[in-house]
Design a protein around this ligand. Structure first.
Ligand code: BES
Ligand code: MN
Ligand code: ZN
Length: 485
C-alpha cells in the first residue's frame, strides 16, 4: 500500500471509497445528500461503529465509510487508531483498492496512517490455499486541511514506519518454535542489521562465547534443548557521537518456546508459549523503528534467547547456577526461566554503563491474573523513568499499570544457598519476579521492568486484532524515545 497526503477535500477524491470519522455529536447528513437518509439506528457515531454507504453518484467515490469516534471530548489517539484499524479491515473485506481518509489534522493523519498499515497484517505464510490472499489497499490518500499538510506529511511517514515495524515484529513473534529458535532469531537480527547497514550493528554470542563470558543463566535454561541459546546485541547510534554518551538500554526475554522444562507445564494452551519470545521481539522492533526513523538517541538492545525444554541435559530444580554478574541462582522451578536468562542480559546491559534500562518480558502468569490481557505491569527503581513510561503509554494506548517494587520484596527472593532463588511462594508472583531481576541491576542505573505476559499476544481474535502477537512495547518505546527526557 502506498500512502500519500493531500489537502483537497476527501469528498471530491475519485477513490473507490472515502472514509469519514464522525463524533457522536455530528450528524451524517451534514456531510451531504448521500447521507441524508441514514437514521440513528444505522449510525449513531459511537466508538468503532462502521456504516457503509453507497453514494449513488452523489460523491466522487462510489462508497463511503462512516466511522464512529464517540463523544468528541472523550476521543484519544489510541481510540482513533483502533477505529481506523477496524475501518481498514472492513475496506479489505469489501475489496476496496484505493481509499481516501478524511483526517482533518496532522495528529490524526499520522495515527490513521499507522493504523491503515497495521490493519494489513496477516499471518498467512503457512496457509497454503487455493483461495487468493486477502485484498490489500493499493493506495491510501490521507486528507488534511491546508495548514496541516507539512506536519501531516511527516506524521504520515512516521506512522507508516511504526505500523510497518509493528507488522515486522509480529511476523517474527508469530513464528512457531519449530521454525524460529535462538540461532534463527539471531540470524534475523543479523539480517535486519545488514538491511539497515550503517545504522544498526549486531553482534551475536553463540554457546561457546556465552561459556567463555560466564553467561551461566542463559546457558542453564538453554541446556535442555538441542537448539543452543544466543545473546543478541544490537547497537544504534543516532545521538551524541561522544564516547562518553551513555546509551539507553533495552533488554528482552526471548524464550522461543517455554515448555516449562523439567517442571513441565500442563498441556492446555501450552502452544501459546511460542509467544514467550515477545519481549525480545519487541526489542528488535524498537531498534528497527528507531534506526528507520533516525531517532536522535543512542540505543543498545540486548536479547536473551533460549528454548526451555525437558531432557536429560536440562537444568533441574535444586541446581545452583553462577551468572555473568557473579551472583548465583538457586533454581527452585525450571519454569521460572525468564528471570534466569534475564539475569545475564541485565548484567550485560549494566556493563555498558547505560543511561537507563527498560526490560520487556512475558515473565509471569500472575501478572495476567492481576491486570488481565490488555495491561502490562510496570515496576522499577526510578520514579522519573516510570513516569516517562506512563506518559508514553497514555499517548500510545499500550497500557501499563504500576505495581510496587519495595526493598522488602528483596527478602522474598533471598536463598539459603545462593544469592537469589528463582521462585517464591504462591503470592505476589509478579513482584517477586521483579525483585529477582533487581538483584542483577546496578543500584545507580535507572531501570524499569515491563511484565508483558498479558498484552504481548491476543488469544481470542478481536474486531481490531487477530489472534497472535501484538508487538506490545514497540509503539510505547518509540513514543518515549521520541519525546526525550
Ligand atoms: N512464560 C511464563 C509466564 C507466562 C505464563 C506468560 C502464562 C504468559 C502466560 C513464565 O516463564 C512462567 O512460566 N512463569 C511462571 C513462574 C513461576 C514458576 C514462578 C508462572 O507464571 O507460573
Ligand atoms: Mn516458564
Ligand atoms: Zn517463560
Amino acid at each position: 500500500m502506498r500512502i500519500q497526503t493531500k489537502t483537497t477535500p476527501a469528498a471530491i477524491q475519485p477513490a473507490a471509497a472515502v472514509v469519514f470519522f464522525l463524533h457522536a455529536e455530528q450528524k451524517p447528513s451534514a456531510l451531504g445528500a448521500a447521507f441524508r437518509d441514514i437514521n440513528a439506528e444505522e449510525f449513531s457515531g459511537k466508538l468503532g461503529q462502521i456504516c457503509v454507504v453507497h453514494t449513488q453518484g452523489k460523491l466522487a467515490a462510489p462508497r463511503a465509510l462512516l466511522v464512529g469516534l464517540g463523544q468528541r471530548k472523550e476521543l484519544t489517539m489510541p481510540k482513533l487508531r483502533r477505529a481506523a484499524v477496524m475501518a481498514t479491515r472492513r475496506l479489505r473485506e469489501i475489496g476496496v483498492g484505493r481509499v481516501a481518509f478524511d483526517a482533518g489534522d496532522a495528529g490524526r493523519a499520522g495515527v490513521i496512517a499507522e493504523a491503515a498499515v497495521a490493519a494489513h497484517y496477516d499471518f498467512d505464510a503457512f496457509k497454503p490455499s487455493k483461495a487468493p490472499p486477502k485484498t490489500k489497499l493499493s493506495l491510501a490518500t490521507i486528507h488534511v486541511s491546508p495548514g496541516e499538510v507539512r506536519a501531516a506529511t511527516t506524521a504520515v511517514q512516521r506512522g507508516g514506519v511504526i505500523g510497518e515495524t509493528v507488522n515486522w515484529t509480529k511476523s517474527v513473534a508469530n513464528l512457531p518454535g519449530n521454525v524460529i529458535y535462538p540461532a534463527e532469531l539471531a540470524r534475523r537480527a543479523v539480517a535486519l542489521a545488514r538491511e539497515l547497514r550503517g545504522r544498526l550493528r549486531c553482534r551475536v554470542l553463540d554457546k561457546r562465547a556465552l561459556e567463555r563470558g560466564g553467561f551461566g543463566g542463559i546457558l542453564a535454561v538453554g541446556s535442555g534443548s538441542i537448539r543452543e541459546p544466543r545473546l543478541i546485541v544490537l547497537e544504534y547510534r543516532g545521538g551524541s557521537r561522544s564516547p562518553k554518551a551513555k546509551p539507553f538500554a533495552l533488554v528482552g526475554k526471548a524464550i522461543t518456546f517455554d515448555s516449562g522444562g523439567i517442571c513441565i507445564k500442563p498441556g492446555d494452551k501450552m502452544d501459546e508459549m511460542k509467544w514467550d519470545k515477545c519481549g525480545g521481539c519487541a526489542v528488535l522492533g524498537i531498534m528497527r523503528a528507531a534506526a528507520l526513523l533516525r531517532l536522535p538517541v543512542n540505543l543498545i538492545g540486548v536479547v536473551a534467547a533460549a528454548e526451555n525444554m525437558p531432557s536429560a541435559t536440562s537444568y533441574r530444580p535444586g541446581d545452583i547456577v553462577t551468572t555473568r554478574s557473579g551472583n548465583t541462582i538457586e533454581v527452585i522451578n525450571t519454569d521460572a526461566e525468564g528471570r534466569v536468562i534475564l539475569s545475564d542480559a541485565l548484567a550485560y546491559a549494566c556493563e555498558q554503563k547505560p543511561e537507563a534500562i527498560v526490560d520487556f518480558a512475558t515473565l509471569t502468569g500472575a501478572c495476567v491474573v492481576a491486570l488481565g490481557h490488555n495491561i502490562g505491569g510496570l515496576m522499577g527503581n526510578d520514579a522519573a523513568l516510570r513516569k516517562r513510561i506512563q506518559r508514553a503509554s497514555e499517548a500510545t494506548g499500550e497500557r501499563v499499570w504500576e505495581l510496587p517494587l519495595e526493598d522488602e520484596f528483596r527478602d522474598m527472593v533471598k536463598s539459603d544457598v545462593a544469592t537469589v532463588k528463582n521462585s517464591t511462594g504462591r503470592f505476589a508472583g509478579t513482584l517477586s519476579g521483579a525483585a529477582f531481576l533487581q538483584a542483577f541491576v546496578d543500584k545507580d542505573v535507572p531501570w524499569a521492568h515491563l511484565d508483558i505476559a498479558g498484552p504481548a499476544w491476543v488469544s481470542d481474535a478481536k474486531p481490531h486484532h487477530e489472534r497472535g502477537a501484538t508487538a506490545f512495547g514497540v509503539r510505547l518505546m518509540i513514543e518515549l524515545l521520541s519525546r526525550g527526557a
